[in-house]
Design a binder for this molecule. Structure first.
Ligand SMILES: Cc1cc2nc3c(=O)[nH]c(=O)nc-3n(C[C@H](O)[C@H](O)[C@H](O)COP(=O)(O)OP(=O)(O)OC[C@H]3O[C@@H](n4cnc5c(N)ncnc54)[C@H](O)[C@@H]3O)c2cc1C
Length: 414
C-alpha cells in the first residue's frame, strides 16, 4: 500500500494494525513481535490509567493453556509471583443438596488455573511490549474511523492532545472490545443477547485463609463466584438482576457483606471486609463473522461472554495465539483472503464450543422450570461421581476443538 499524506504528517505503513491494546490485543502484539512483520498497536487508554477498561480492578482466572501461552510470550515469570493457584473447584446450588468438587491432583494437573489481577496482567504485557522488536505503539490514541479496501485498511487516529494521524496496514485486527468500531467499519454485524444480569466484582477478606479453592454457587438470583487471591482473600463476582444489583451497589459495605454471606453461605468462612465494587452489564455478543476483507476480529470484538465459566479471555487469547501463528507461518500478505479464511475455519469449533457451553450454563442455572432444578441437582451429583465428566471439564482449558495453538502446547509461535 502507498504511504498517505495527512494533515498531521506522513502516515506509516504496517503489515498488521491492531486496534485495541487490552488483554487480547496487547497479547497478540507481543506474539507477533520479532516475526519480521511491522506491527502497530493502538490503544485508547494508557495501560496504567485508572480508567483503563481492560486492565481494571477485576481478577481473571487463567487456564493452563493460557499459562503456557504467557510462558511463550515471556511474561509468565513476572505473573507467577502474583498468581493464586486454583487447586479445587467447588460447585453448588443454594437450597439444593447436590454439589461437585474437582481436585487438580485427581486430574493429574498442578492447578486448574491461576487467578491474577487484570492490572498486573496489563503491567506485564505492556512492559514486555516496550522491549518488543517490530512493534510500534500508539497510546493513548483512539481509532476514530476506519476505511477498508481490497488492498488494505487505513485508520484515522486521534491522540490525547487531539492530534490526528492516518495509519494504514495490510491486515487490520479488531481487538477493540465488544463495541468494536472496527467491526462496524468492516460491516460485520453482531448478535447481542442481554442476559438481564449485572456482575458486581469486589475483592474480599474472610476470617480464614483460603486453601486454593474456587467456589461457584448458583443462587435463584444468579451465580456467585469466589476466586482465591494471592496473599489470602478472594476475588468475587456476583451476578444478579439489574434492579437488585443497583440496590446492592448502593449498600454500605457491612450490609453488602451480610447480603453476600446470606447468598453464598459459610463455606469460605465469615466475610470480613471488601475492596471497591465495580459492575458490568452481562450480555452475549457474537459477531456474525470473525473475518472480513483485510479484517480479523479477536477477543471480545468477536465474542463477549458471561463470566460464569471464566472463559472469555482464555478463548480470546487462543484467538490471538492462532492468528499470530498463521501470520508468522505465511511468508506473504498477512491480510490475504485465504489466510483469513483458514484462520476463521480453524477457530470455529473452539469459539462455538465455548459460546454454547457458557450460554447453556447461564440458562440452565437461571431456569425456573421445575425440571431444570432436578436436572441441576442430578447433574451436580452425577458429575461429582463421574471421573470422565471431571476429566472432560479439566481439559476445557485446552480449548473446545479445532487445532490447539502452538503457544498453548508450549511451542514457539513459529
Ligand atoms: C466480571 C467479569 C469477570 C471476568 N472473568 C474472567 C475470567 O475469570 N477468565 C476469563 O478468561 N475471562 C474473564 N472475563 C472476560 C474477559 O474480561 C474478557 O474476555 C477480556 O476482557 C477480553 O479482552 P479484549 O482485549 O478482547 O477486550 P477488552 O478487555 O474490552 O479490551 C478492549 C481494549 O480496546 C481499547 N479500545 C476500545 N475502543 C478503542 C478505540 N476506538 N481505539 C483504541 N482503543 C480502543 C480499550 O481501551 C481496551 O483496552 C471476565 C469478564 C467480566 C465482565
Amino acid at each position: 500500500m502507498s504511504t498517505h499524506e495527512t494533515a498531521g504528517g506522513v502516515a506509516s505503513d504496517f503489515d498488521v494494525v491492531i486496534a485495541g491494546g487490552g488483554l487480547v490485543g496487547a497479547s497478540l502484539a507481543l506474539a507477533l513481535s520479532g516475526r519480521a512483520r511491522r506491527v502497530l498497536l493502538i490503544e485508547g487508554v494508557a495501560p496504567d490509567s485508572s480508567a483503563q477498561p481492560s486492565f481494571d480492578e477485576r481478577t481473571t482466572a487463567l487456564g493452563n493453556a493460557t499459562r503456557r501461552i504467557f510462558q511463550g510470550l515471556g511474561v509468565w515469570d513476572e505473573l507467577a509471583g502474583e498468581a493464586a493457584a486454583i487447586r479445587t473447584i467447588h460447585v453448588s446450588e443454594a437450597g439444593r443438596f447436590g454439589s461437585a468438587r474437582l481436585r487438580a491432583e485427581e486430574q493429574g494437573v498442578e492447578a486448574f488455573g491461576y487467578v491474577i489481577a487484570n492490572r498486573v496482567i496489563g503491567r506485564a504485557l505492556w512492559s514486555a511490549l516496550q522491549r518488543a522488536s517490530g512493534v510500534t505503539l500508539r497510546v493513548p490514541a483512539k481509532v476514530a474511523a476506519a476505511e477498508i479496501a481490497a488492498d488494505g485498511a487505513s485508520l484515522k487516529l486521534v491522540g490525547a492532545d487531539g492530534a490526528q494521524e492516518v495509519v494504514s496496514g495490510r491486515l487490520l485486527v479488531a481487538a477493540d472490545g465488544a463495541n468494536s468500531i472496527v467491526r462496524a467499519a468492516a460491516g460485520i454485524a453482531a448478535q447481542v443477547e442481554d442476559y438481564d444480569q449485572v456482575a458486581i466484582t469486589a475483592p474480599l477478606l474472610t476470617d480464614r485463609p483460603h486453601d486454593g479453592t474456587a467456589y461457584e454457587r448458583f443462587t435463584s438470583s444468579g451465580p456467585v463466584a469466589l476466586l482465591p487471591l494471592r496473599g489470602g482473600g478472594y476475588g468475587t463476582v456476583w451476578a444478579c438482576e439489574p434492579g437488585r444489583a443497583a440496590q446492592l451497589l448502593a449498600l454500605p459495605e457491612a450490609r453488602y457483606l451480610e447480603a453476600l454471606q446470606e447468598r453464598f453461605g459459610w463455606r469460605a468462612g465469615r466475610l470480613l471486609s471488601m475492596g471497591r465494587r465495580a459492575s458490568y452489564p452481562l450480555r452475549l455478543s457474537r459477531a456474525e463473522a470473525t473475518v472480513g476483507t483485510r479484517t480479523v476480529l479477536v477477543g471480545n470484538a468477536a465474542q463477549g461472554l458471561h463470566p460464569i465459566a471464566g472463559q472469555g479471555f482464555n478463548l480470546g487469547l487462543r484467538d490471538a495465539a492462532l492468528l499470530a501463528e498463521r501470520i508468522a507461518a505465511a511468508s506473504g500478505d498477512p491480510g490475504a483472503p485465504e489466510l483469513l479464511r483458514g484462520y476463521s475455519q480453524a477457530r470455529a469449533a473452539d469459539r462455538g464450543g465455548v459460546v454454547r457451553f457458557t450460554d447453556s450454563l447461564v440458562k440452565l442455572f437461571a431456569s425456573t422450570w421445575p425440571g431444570a432444578s432436578l436436572l441441576r441437582t442430578l447433574g451436580l451429583v452425577m458429575f461429582d461421581l463421574s471421573p470422565p465428566a471431571k476429566r472432560a471439564l479439566a481439559r476445557v482449558s485446552l480449548g473446545f476443538g479445532g487445532p490447539t495453538p502452538r503457544l498453548a502446547r508450549g511451542l514457539p509461535v513459529a
